[in-house]
Design a protein around this ligand. Structure first.
Ligand code: ATP
Ligand code: MG
Length: 239
């Protein structure tokens, strides 16, 4: 029997991915605490749903973990290395390489095709156009969008466009995908299907997922749920 040298899920699916951790995260807006001391660990490849009432600090937590928003105190660690103290150039490089993002409405570039949109982070990272487009097409295919690679966002349904955004978030093989209400603009059925596509694709890629949602049904499709209230993790919450 031949020895299998490559993982069919892709070269990085079995590579060691770094864990992402927040320690004592505090974020204030004026006198208001958006985060009042949050500790969280996200293991490599793990999917975590962050739920909680509106204004509880979910988006703030996601932005702090992703290095978009600076903390007032506490630390963010990726693979045990502090990333919250990096300068803006290093942080934006980290966001381009280690992280992928899916927002409520995909923020696709209207003038670009699906494959060009999905290839953007790779192109920004310096990959050749043909390389970037072929990786993008591979992810579009995995997300059920074969045949729609040349369409522009205006020629796709909302769910399809969001799957292009998922392909874009995954094409550069990030360690962590951050998704803030990624299905918020979709009807519940399309939302569930899109969520399933996101989790399956991230699983294939070996990427962890940090999903912010206030949809408890959607959160239930993710193995681990963390509840946040008034800027703190609610340890008593069961879901
Ligand atoms: N730029 C800002 N300036 C001032 N206050 C802010 C800012 N962003 C967030 N806040 C406040 O911080 C708190 C947490 O906000 P955050 O956006 O993290 O909540 P959320 O849980 O994501 O809510 P939602 O479910 O409505 O999106 C809220 O009280 C909010 O008003
Ligand atoms: Mg929010």
């Amino acid at each position: 029997m031949p020895t299998q040298t490559t993982d069919p899920r892709g070269p990085l699916a079995t590579a060691t991915r770094p864990a992402l951790s927040g320690r004592g995260l505090v974020k204030r807006y004026g006198t208001q605490h958006a985060l009042a001391g949050v500790d969280i660990d996200i293991q490599p490849g793990e999917a975590v749903a962050i739920v909680g009432p509106s204004g509880s600090g979910k988006t703030s937590l996601l932005h702090v973990l992703a290095g978009i928003l600076p903390v007032d105190s506490g630390a963010v660690l990726l693979g045990g290395t502090r990333i919250d103290q990096l300068g803006e150039t290093k942080r934006s490089e980290l966001r381009r390489t280690e992280f992928g993002f899916v927002f409520q409405s995909g923020f696709l570039v209207a003038e670009l095709t699906a494959e060009e949109n999905a290839a953007l982070p790779l192109l920004l990272g310096g990959r050749s156009r043909s390389d970037a487009l072929s990786a993008a097409r591979e992810w579009l295919g995995r997300l059920g969008l074969s045949g729609k690679e040349k369409r522009r966002p205006g020629e796709l349904s909302g769910g399809e466009a969001q799957r292009v955004a998922i392909a874009r978030a995954l094409a550069h093989r990030p360690s962590v995908i951050f998704a803030d209400e990624p299905t918020g603009a979709l009807d519940s059925r399309t939302g569930r299907a899109t969520m399933a596509a996101l989790l399956a694709a991230a699983g294939e890629s070996g990427a962890a997922v940090v999903l912010v949602t206030h949809d408890r049904d959607l959160a239930a499709s993710v193995p681990r749920t963390v509840t946040i209230r008034d800027g703190r993790i609610d340890a008593g919450a069961t879901a």
